[in-house]
Design a protein around this ligand. Structure first.
Ligand SMILES: Cc1cc2nc3c(=O)[nH]c(=O)nc-3n(C[C@H](O)[C@H](O)[C@H](O)COP(=O)(O)O)c2cc1C
Length: 176
């Protein structure tokens, strides 16, 4: 097993998650913190920049994650493919894109409505359907740049694990 190939194929599988709707890597778990607690949620990976090793996700500016990221840009992404028995854990640094217009034009009307819910996400409401779509657009784009990655391949022949540091461009096998 070649270390460079092992890491490269993990990155390519993440990249494929953007275009392949059936890929389990399309829906990573994003973890962020408010300093006291850690919060996790599933997101859709919308774009992957192979050169920069960064991904893009869409969200609502009033969602909890946006406030958390503004105060604490360090985030973690967790990918798991049960068919391939492959886990990839990524440490990343995030920022909110200033100009989201390029992405806004790419999503359809139904998706655009998701970012106009009134009252905003996690507001207490009286009934499950006590919300509406408004003309308030809170569409927000988050960019997450990979700092390091931990790849774990489960196998009956012996588990395989490696790490890659994108900042130093160094990689290593590690014990599983
Ligand atoms: C399959 C799936 C995909 C989701 N994709 C997104 C997404 O791309 N962006 C997003 O903000 N929330 C997405 N959500 C909802 C989030 O998991 C979460 O409930 C919401 O963003 C509020 O999170 P927060 O309050 O921690 O910020 C998705 C949920 C599921 C189940």
């Amino acid at each position: 097993m070649n270390l460079v190939n092992f890491i490269d194929s993990a990155i390519k599988l993440i990249q494929r998650g953007v275009v392949d709707r059936k890929s389990f890597f399309r829906h990573p778990v994003l973890a962020s913190t408010d300093e006291q607690n850690i919060f996790q949620r599933i997101v859709v990976m919308r774009e992957f920049d192979f050169e920069k090793k960064s991904i893009v996700i869409f969200t609502d500016s009033k969602s909890q994650k946006v406030g958390q990221i503004l105060n604490h840009p360090e985030c973690s992404l967790l990918f798991w493919d049960p068919r391939k028995k492959l886990q990839i854990s990524v440490q990343s640094k995030s920022h909110i894109e200033i100009d989201s217009s390029h992405y806004w034009s790419k999503i359809n009307d139904r998706q655009q409505k998701d970012y106009t819910v009134n009252p905003p996400p996690k507001s207490e409401i009286k009934a499950h359907d006590d919300y509406e779509f408004s003309d308030q657009n809170r569409f927000t784009v988050i960019n997450l740049t990979f700092k390091s990655m931990d790849v774990l391949q489960l196998s009956d022949q012996g588990h395989i694990r490696a790490t890659h540091d994108f900042e130093n461009n160094s990689q290593s096998w590690v014990s599983p």
